[in-house]
Design a protein around this ligand. Sequence first.
Ligand SMILES: CSCCC(=O)C(=O)COP(=O)(O)O
Ligand SMILES: [Mg+2]
Length: 261
Amino acid sequence: MVVLSVPAEVTVILLDIEGTTTPIAFVKDILFPYIEENVKEYLQTHWEEEECQQDVSLLRKQAEEDAHLDGAVPIPAASGNGVDDLQQMIQAVVDNVCWQMSLDRKTTALKQLQGHMWRAAFTAGRMKAEFFADVVPAVRKWREAGMKVYIYSSGSVEAQKLLFGHSTEGDILELVDGHFDTKIGRKVESESYRKIADSIGCSTNNILFLTDVTREASAAEEADVHVAVVVRPGNAGLTDDEKTYYSLITSFSELYLPSSP
Ligand SMILES: CSCCC(=O)C(=O)COP(=O)(O)O
Ligand SMILES: [Mg+2]
C-alpha cells in the first residue's frame, strides 16, 4: 500500500465532501435530483415562511449578479399582484435553481436552499448519506492521535451536518470538530484557507486539506496549507502534470501520522 506521511506540523485535517469523503454519484444521482424534482412543490408549500423568503431574497441577489452570464435566469421582485404573479415568481425561482444546478454552481444562495430542502428528507429517514468505507475508521484514528478534523465543503454547513448526522454509518457528527462553507469564501480562493486557519486558531501550515479538485488544492497550497488530492471512483480524471505535482491518495488509510502507533 502507498503511504503518505503527514508532516509533523499538521494538527488539523480539513476535508472536502463530494469526491473526497462521499461518492460524487451520491451527490449527482441522489441529492441533486431530489432538489430538481421537489423544488417547485417545496416553494409552493413554504413560500410564506421567513426562511423560504430569505432563501428567495438571496437567490434574487445572486440572479442580479449573474445577469451578464449566458442563459442566466432573472428572478423578478415581488409586486404582490395576485396568484398569477406568485406562480410566475415561483417558476422563475425554479428555473433559476435548475439553471444554476445545470452548471453545478456553488453559490451560497443555491447551497442554502438545497440544505433547507434536504432537511426534511434526512430527518424523516428518507435519505442517508454515503461515505467511502475508509472514511469513518480513519477519522476515528486521526482523532485518537490528537488531530482535529474539520469540513470545508461548498454544501452549506446545515447540509454538511445533515449528511454527517444521518449517514449509512449512523450519526457521525461527533467526529467533526467544525464546519466551513462558502460563507467563509470560495474554495478556489486562497484567502478562504487563511480565514479558516484564523477561525480555527492555527497557522495555515498546521492544516492538511484533502480534496478531489486540483483548483481547490492549488488555492490552499498558495495559502501555505498542506494538500493531498483524493482519487476516488467516479472523480474527474487528473492530467499527467497534476498526477506528478500533487501527493495523491486513493483511501484515507494511506495517510500515515507520525504520532500514530
Ligand atoms: C455537503 S452538501 C452536498 C454536496 C454539495 O452540495 C456540494 O456542492 C459538494 O461540494 P464539495 O465542496 O463538498 O465538493
Ligand atoms: Mg469535492
